[in-house]
Write a protein that binds this ligand. Structure first.
Ligand code: SF4
Length: 347
């Protein structure tokens, strides 16, 4: 008999299974709380559940959790956690603290590797090995929240789906993980503190709009014309900038959610004033948007260099002067390969 992962069960399904085992409904609730609210990593952690029942559960179900493998601390306070999955695969999660503002962000992964092969990204070089389950995504947020409390003395303030993988290509589990993070069954978070970042899949962005999601959306833009974007992000060949802007407009009209553009500055490729003008034109669409310029972190074997700081500042000033909201983000966690585009399970 193949066993089911108990974490795929709803409370109603669990109560039904417990009834067939002659167990009262409150026991199912106890086990459900251990899985989502109390951070159990397996049946043995469920200390108020009788040992015989824990044994029966492990005979019937698997419990697929993530186990911390290696944790690395950057000189700038960023922490990268590498987790081992039940089948031996590994994923990475990053915590980015900003203690002066009492802020702390978890950057979670949605897939092992990624199929989209963006040319500047280390994760893309791994290929996609498999999708993560909702539980495996949720656990990254849960564990990082605990880490923030232990290390910084306050909980996470934001969760971004910007780690390994393309979240919209693992749609069901990603949405279920957000449901658990925002539900009283789990972490009871406000969805407005969650941002899902996509490389840009127009029909899935429209689907988010149809589902009237309450979280924020970031588009990894990185180039403001199709010709350049095709060169670094193959997904653009089937999802042109025009189709993406129309989809984002639809998303905004349906949800009123916040939209941002992420833009990695690559030296001599997308950092000119002409590029800045193209970016401004894109930002003057129907929906309000904020741009985040991100410093590039070199990846071995990739022919891009970080844009000069002075050029990035000139670019940002030019965009800002045209009344577009723009922030320059100096990269965090570079010394431990935890920065944007560097997650590839390397030590
Ligand atoms: S940048 Fe994002 S979408 Fe592109 S290959 Fe890397 S992880 Fe995948």
């Amino acid at each position: 008999m193949t066993k089911t992962d108990i974490r795929t069960q709803t409370i109603a399904e669990l109560q039904k299974s417990f009834a067939t085992m002659g167990q009262p409904a409150y026991r199912a609730k106890q086990v459900f709380d251990w899985m989502w609210k109390l951070g159990a990593k397996g049946f043995d952690d469920m200390s108020n559940v009788p040992a015989a029942l824990r044994q029966e559960l492990s005979d019937r179900f698997t419990f697929e959790s993530i186990i911390l493998d290696v944790r690395q601390n950057s000189a700038d306070g960023t922490v990268k956690s590498r987790y081992k999955l039940h089948d031996g695969y590994k994923i990475e999660t990053v915590m980015i603290p900003v203690p002066e503002d009492r802020r702390s962000t978890a950057c979670v992964s949605s897939q092992v590797g990624c199929s989209l092969t963006c040319s500047f990204c280390a994760t893309g070089q791994m290929g996609r090995l498999r999708n993560l389950t909702a539980g495996e995504i949720y656990d990254q947020a849960f564990d990082t929240n605990k880490l923030s409390q232990e290390m910084l003395g306050y909980p996470l303030t934001n969760i971004v789906y910007m780690g390994m993988g393309e979240p919209l290509l693992n749609y069901g589990p990603v949405m279920e993980s957000i449901h658990k993070i925002t539900s009283p069954e789990g972490m009871a978070w406000s969805p407005r503190r969650i941002t899902l970042s996509t490389a840009g899949i127009a029909k899935m962005i429209r689907r988010l709009g149809d589902e009237k999601v309450k979280f924020n959306l970031a588009l990894s833009l990185h180039a403001a014309d199709d010709n350049k974007r095709n060169q670094i992000m193959p997904i653009n060949e089937t999802n042109s900038l025009r189709s993406l802007m129309e989809a984002l407009d639809y998303f905004y009209k349906q949800t009123g959610g916040r939209i941002s553009f992420e833009y990695i500055a690559l030296k001599g490729f997308n950092d000119s004033i002409e590029d800045a003008d193209k970016l401004v034109r894109l930002c003057r669409g129907q929906f309000p948007v904020k741009v985040n310029i991100i410093e590039y972190n070199p990846v071995p074997g990739v022919p891009f260099e970080r844009a000069d700081e002075s050029q990035v500042d000139r670019f940002a000033r030019h965009v800002r002067n045209k009344d577009v909201m723009i922030t320059v983000r100096r990269s965090r966690g570079k010394d431990i390969d935890a920065a944007c585009g560097q997650l590839a399970n390397q030590k």
